[in-house]
Ligand binder design. Structure first.
Ligand code: HEC
Length: 177
């Protein structure tokens, strides 16, 4: 299941920069969505607006790599989550548009509805250029896929596409809100 931000309190088409990366992202990954695997998508952040986006220890490690500049671009590999082996792809999400700061600077500047829904604590104080989150997609690895590199390629494509889909849905929802 792809978990997306379904509750968006205000307008402002702000996922432009995500969608602009989308074309090459999908081109590289290809639109292979495997119906048998269940994805999960998360924007893992150290200082999230929505607490459920809080980075866990594993995600923190990845995010710190991005934030320190030690690591750039997509990272992929295997890890264990809740006792099962998963394959993941991570990519950095930075504040590239000053519009982001309308909502992520102070509660006073943010939309009232946002503050009502999410409170005054998290998701503020971000700065231009800061890598605020790692986009993460996870998919459980079946034995079959683990044993077969060709299947793994398909899964990588599917995960890449899932990130792209998440970005598109984000754009659409935000435009509509
Ligand atoms: C209209 C207000 C608004 C604008 C503009 C905005 N955001 Fe957000 N952002 C939010 C809200 C509200 C959430 C929490 C959504 C949820 O429930 O997951 C959020 C969540 C996020 C998250 C997930 C981590 C977290 O804080 O929960 C990231 C990453 C993020 N925004 C990045 C950006 C970027 C990058 C931009 C500019 C391209 C941007 N935002 C512009 C309101 C905004």
């Amino acid at each position: 299941m792809i978990e997306l931000k379904l509750e968006v309190p205000n307008t402002n088409a702000f996922y432009m920069e995500v969608s602009s990366n989308l074309v090459d992202w999908v081109n590289r990954g290809g639109p292979f969505i495997s119906p048998n695997e269940s994805f999960s998508y998360k924007e893992a952040a150290l200082n999230p607006t929505n607490r459920s986006n809080t980075a866990d220890e594993f995600e923190k490690g990845i995010l710190e790599g991005y934030r320190s500049g030690r690591v750039n671009g997509d990272v992929q590999g295997f890890t264990s989550r809740q006792g099962s082996q998963v394959f993941y792809i991570a990519r950095p999400m930075a504040v590239k548009d000053p519009k982001c700061l309308d909502c992520h600077t102070t509660p006073e500047a943010a939309p009232t509805r946002q503050v009502e829904l999410y409170g005054r604590e998290g998701g503020y104080g971000w700065t231009m250029g800061e890598v605020v989150a790692a986009q993460m997609v996870y998919v459980p690895m079946s034995e079959a896929v683990r044993g077969n590199p060709r299947d793994l390629k398909l899964v990588i494509g599917a995960l890449a596409a899932a990130l792209g889909v998440a970005a598109i849905v984000g754009v659409v929802l935000l435009r509509r809100a």
